[in-house]
Ligand binder design. Structure first.
Ligand code: FES
Ligand code: FES
Length: 163
């Protein structure tokens, strides 16, 4: 077992974990953060995307011990870390633009989108598609997801909120 200390969705946690435990397993099984989902076993789908020190990562591709000392934000903490429980503007945009059907890919899509917009608040359609290429959706055909990202970007520019 290895001791880790990290901050998850604004709360400090300390735990002993197996060195081989994946971050996604740690979040789901030890912390009960089941909003972060597992959609594949090949690091392809992006459903497990979280932010590690502000950068989006596939949490099935990161060991829990690699998050030692880091700040982790999951879909469950996005609203809370943004504005005290209100939906994050990217969550609102996905809701308004119907950027989901079954919703399985949505946590990862939203986490990836917030990281994308933090880096590039005014992305072109091509940049959005490129930025989300590591996140797979089997339902929507991506059209409304792109619209949701464009909507969130426009909102962010008008309200000065992009992350
Ligand atoms: S579960 Fe992590 S990429 Fe699919
Ligand atoms: S909404 Fe079903 S996988 Fe994307």
């Amino acid at each position: 077992m290895t001791r880790i200390n990290l901050t998850v969705d604004g709360a400090k946690v300390a735990d002993d974990v197996e060195p081989r435990m994946l971050l996604v397993q740690y979040l789901r099984e030890k912390l009960g953060k089941t909003g972060t989902v597992i959609g594949c076993d090949t690091s392809n789908c992006g459903a497990c995307t979280v932010h590690l020190d502000g950068t989006s990562v596939k949490s099935c591709n990161v060991l829990a011990v690699q998050a030692d000392g880091a700040q982790v934000t999951t879909i469950e903490g996005l609203a809370a870390t943004h504005d005290g429980g209100e939906l994050h503007p990217v969550q609102e945009a996905f809701r308004e633009c119907h950027g989901l059907q079954c919703g399985f890919c949505t946590p990862g899509m939203i986490m990836q989108t917030t990281a994308l917009l933090a880096e590039n608040p005014d992305p072109s359609e091509e940049e959005i598609r490129l930025g989300l290429e590591g996140n797979l959706c089997r339902c929507t055909g991506y059209h409304n997801i792109v619209k949701a990202v464009q909507h969130a970007a426009a909102q962010g520019r008008s309200e000065g909120v992009s992350s």
